[in-house]
Design a protein around this ligand. Sequence first.
Ligand SMILES: [Zn+2]
Ligand SMILES: [Zn+2]
Length: 345
Amino acid sequence: MNAMVYHGPGQKAWESVDTPKVLHPTDAIIRVTKTTICGTDLHILKGDVPAVTDGRILGHEGVGVVEAVGDAVSNFKPGDRVLISCITSCGKCEYCKKQMYSHCEDGGWILGHLINGTQAEYVRIPHADNSLYPIPAGSDEEALVMLSDILPTGFEIGVLYGAVKPGDTVAIVGAGPVGMASLLTAQFYSPARLIMIDVDDARLEMAMKFGATEVINSTKADVAAHIKATTKDGVDVAIEAVGIPQTFDVCQNIIRPGGHLANVGVHGTSVDLQIQKLWIQNVTITTGLVNTNTTPMLLKNVTSGRLQAEGLITHRFKFNDFPQAYEVFGNAAKEKAMKVIISSD
Ligand SMILES: [Zn+2]
Ligand SMILES: [Zn+2]
């Protein structure tokens, strides 16, 4: 089969590799029909994730068809259409029993990281019964790819940890795919204001279509001054969806007393935490890696059309154009790319 293989920082290739086989009774082999590229894959390619070694197949998102299952798999059979979760979970360990699947003792985020991933014609999914979701007949499978990672990440780590409530003023810093996922799912709770902050006007324009009530281009306006002028004393919830010190700093400068700062961004360096100002303001700061325990709920809202995830998809490619898909996604601002879908046919 062909797969997108990592060969060290800056090196990748769409090349021929061995087709995966069932290794454990709880495994399933999935024929991938649609996958996508995540910002995390770009971090890996920069060399920011040293646990990913030469020869690893990238990718942790996708949908497909069950090709084969091990003897212990009881929820799925060959021919079933499935959504692949970015988080693998055994369902039995201490963390799984707390629904902290991201820290499963025999799983967590391993696809395209510690084991071969989904940017391939076939992928082996360990603990298939807990790590796959059946796709309801007639679903828009492209939209469901948004459920592998970005929708649960934006919802769980941004909206739920941020404790968004009706009437809140919510600021989301970063209008990339995960920031957009927070924007879409924050609306479950009817916040009064949803302020999207980014450096790219095209992304901010898209945010307005997805339900932002206002946008701020942080290269053209002073975000803290704008928030100060238009709120009593800051925002109720600040969601950090970039992962650099500057954007974390924006969040800690605009949060009101009693507010929640929910960090979703993947940080590679330390930030300047202004604890001396924040402690007296009863601010809650949260962080996290997605657990995907909300995926079944989100799946219902996507299949019913309540959550319009397909709007995040800006570009479509076939598997043989995988390197080009990386080129476009890696130059997202120039290409006006949000999520790209790569399909088997
Ligand atoms: Zn991801
Ligand atoms: Zn587990």
